[in-house]
Design a protein around this ligand. Structure first.
Ligand code: UFG
Length: 331
């Protein structure tokens, strides 16, 4: 199946991998990004438009000039801590600008969207592994914006015919196996790239945030899912929507949890590098264990993740060494 896909936020980490996979499968890809957190060096597949989903006039022009079948929305801010410090920033972009995008879609007859949601909608879940019907109690503005958008999409779907698939990502990790694309956050707060920085000697140690959690080794457990497995779910999501199926939401995770210590040990083994590990206080707001039940995506979309934790670390390591050798642009 081929169709025209607008990838809003296609110059970011997950968006760029999705563009590559779409392109390789023959989809027509239109990347739309304002480079606020995306990078030109991650735009390798599809046609590019420098644009902002907050700009209604520009969106209208795009939808008038191109026949778009499906929109993908990867344009949200994602830092939990920052969302607590500066919630306005999150409500304006993640909520207001997303509604702006939906408005433009509806007024221009574009009626299918894939929305990037998050495990953060569950907050501190009572039942782990988490299925999609677990209560939604987000504990920070970031998670709240994502859950609000899911509810808005549900209402718009019921009343305005905007069909959607919302994917609740667990911990996105790893990189393009070809080494062409990968994670490049500024500032970087995620565990795996920070551990890789320690392996490269760029940071002198990795800090473990909390060693007194109720887990087997006292550190937090997360469900790391390879970015290409997320990308393949998006392809399934397009097929699902193009086949006329009803709006839906899915967890995307591996269903296996790894503790912070296990990630550090895996990095040491895979890279062959040793580095100091510092045990420090808990980071506020971290749930002890987040593991997905992704049976729904498997059953209803026919999705199957392919990458394990070693593949995640190997591909991330290959990319990370390249990333750290890319010179910073001169001003
Ligand atoms: N951690 C450390 N040291 C570090 C960095 C992280 O010990 O230097 C720990 C964290 O405390 C946490 C685990 O490693 O226990 C994973 O942390 P990340 O920051 O990599 O990821 P999170 O699980 O906090 O967050 C991710 C996404 C969010 C999303 C959330 C959903 O980055 O956008 O999953 O659960 F909201």
């Amino acid at each position: 199946m081929s169709c025209n896909v607008l990838v809003a936020g296609g110059a970011g980490y997950i968006g760029s991998h999705v563009c590559k996979m779409l392109y390789s499968k023959g989809y027509n890809v239109l990347v739309f990004d304002n480079f606020s957190h995306g990078y030109e060096f991650l735009v390798k597949y599809g046609k590019f438009i420098l644009g902002d989903i907050g700009d209604r006039k520009q969106l209208d022009l795009v939808f008038k000039n191109y026949k778009i079948d499906v929109v993908m929305h990867f344009c949200a801010y994602i830092e939990v801590g920052e969302s607590v410090q500066n919630p306005r920033k999150y409500y304006v972009n993640n909520l207001y600008n997303a509604i702006n995008l939906f408005e433009s879609m509806l007024d221009n007859g574009v009626d299918k969207i894939i929305f990037s949601s998050t495990a953060a909608v569950y907050g501190m879940p009572e039942n782990v592994p988490i299925d999609e019907e677990e209560p939604k109690n987000p504990i920070n503005p970031y998670g709240r914006t994502k859950w609000m958008i899911e509810q808005i999409l549900s209402d718009y779907s019921n009343s305005h015919g905007l069909r959607y698939v919302a994917f609740r990502y667990f911990n996105a990790a790893g990189a393009d196996p070809d080494g062409e694309l990968g994670e490049a956050h500024e500032p970087e707060t995620h565990l795996i790239p920070l551990v890789l920085d320690a392996a490269m000697g760029i940071r002198k140690s990795i800090k473990v945030f909390g060693t007194d959690y109720p887990t087997h080794d006292g550190t937090c457990i997360r469900d790391y899912i390879h970015v290409n497995d997320l990308a393949s779910a998006h392809i399934k999501g397009i097929e699902y929507l193009m086949n006329g199926k009803k709006s839906n939401y899915f967890n995307l995770g591996n269903g296996k949890g790894f503790s912070v210590r296990e990630i550090i040990d895996t990095v040491k083994r895979v890279t062959g590098k040793d580095f100091p590990v510092e045990e420090v206080e808990r980071r506020p707001g971290d749930p002890a264990i987040l593991i997905a039940k992704s049976e729904k995506a498997k059953k209803e979309l026919g999705w199957e993740p392919e990458f394990g934790i070693d593949d995640i670390i190997k591909t991330a390591w290959k990319w990370h060494q390249k990333l750290r050798s890319i010179p910073k642009p001169q001003i």
